[in-house]
Write a protein that binds this ligand. Structure first.
Ligand code: HEM
Length: 228
């Protein structure tokens, strides 16, 4: 039998390890959030300074910040699928999924700040946009809050799976709706500003579904065949 002192020391060591790991995780998440918010803010300030803080300049800043936060969202949405399909080289995207998600939520605050600025200068978007995109914004922050460790554990894995699947797909749908708002054109400006994002929007669910199918096939193969 192990002496009681040894058991107690092992427990203390484990508690310390977990709290050090959680602190590092929170530190990393804060750095990602601060970095992405700062980058989006700088981008918006630069565009408003060059084009003017009028409706035209603000629309351009909205388009740029939306694309920046979309890339972060895309990495959060597709990270696990990339790692599952293309191997350990892509593991970083899987292990940093939560950080990408939080960075997206943080950067998108600048997008919403620009929307408020549009309202302030008398060019408020229509009510329908507030409702449709407002729901996507709500999902963004619900998922960000639920990614806090103890809340995540409190709701359980199954509920988290459902909530994140519904929320992430609604947000993806909102991005897709805006990127495909205009009819397809062949001028370089459209191709550069829209086509890569439309392709990424389609690729994201395809990657997830393919990774899911691969996992299912793997599970079916592992099942012992019924005895004859
Ligand atoms: C998670 C939530 C949101 C997502 C995914 C999103 C997505 C986008 C995207 C992709 C664009 C670029 C459109 C383009 O290039 O043509 C954009 C621009 C814009 N967004 Fe958002 N947005 C969100 C929240 C909001 C909210 C709450 C509003 C408020 C009504 C809003 C208003 C706008 C406006 C006015 C533009 C500029 C449109 C233009 O070019 O004239 N967005 N958004």
């Amino acid at each position: 039998m192990r002496p009681a002192v040894n058991v107690a020391t092992t427990r203390v060591q484990r508690v310390l390890e977990v709290s050090i790991r959680d602190t590092i995780r929170s530190g990393e998440a804060i750095a990602w959030m601060a970095g992405s918010f700062g980058a989006a803010l700088l981008m918006a300030i630069a565009i408003l300074t060059c084009l003017g803080a009028n409706e035209h300049g603000t629309d351009d800043a909205l388009q740029a910040t939306a694309r920046f936060s979309f890339l972060l969202f895309w990495a959060a949405y597709s990270g696990s699928a990339l790692a599952a399909l293309f191997g350990p080289r892509w593991r970083f995207f899987k292990t940093s999924g939560r950080s990408f998600g939080l960075a997206f939520a943080s950067a998108h605050l600048v997008h919403f700040g620009l929307v408020l600025w549009l309202c302030q200068i008398g060019a408020a978007p229509p009510l329908g946009s507030f409702v449709f995109f407002g729901i996507a914004l709500l999902w963004t922050y619900i998922l960000a809050i639920l990614s806090v460790d103890w809340l995540h554990q409190a709701i359980g894995h199954k509920s988290w799976w459902w909530l994140s699947t519904i929320g992430l797909n609604y947000i993806l749908f909102a991005f897709a709706t805006d990127f495909t708002r205009f009819p397809f054109r062949t001028d370089p400006k459209y191709i550069l500003a829209y086509l890569p994002f439309i392709i990424l929007t389609v690729a994201a669910p395809v990657l997830r579904l393919t990774a899911w199918a691969q996992r299912m096939i793997g599970l079916l193969r592992q099942r012992p065949s019924p005895a004859r």
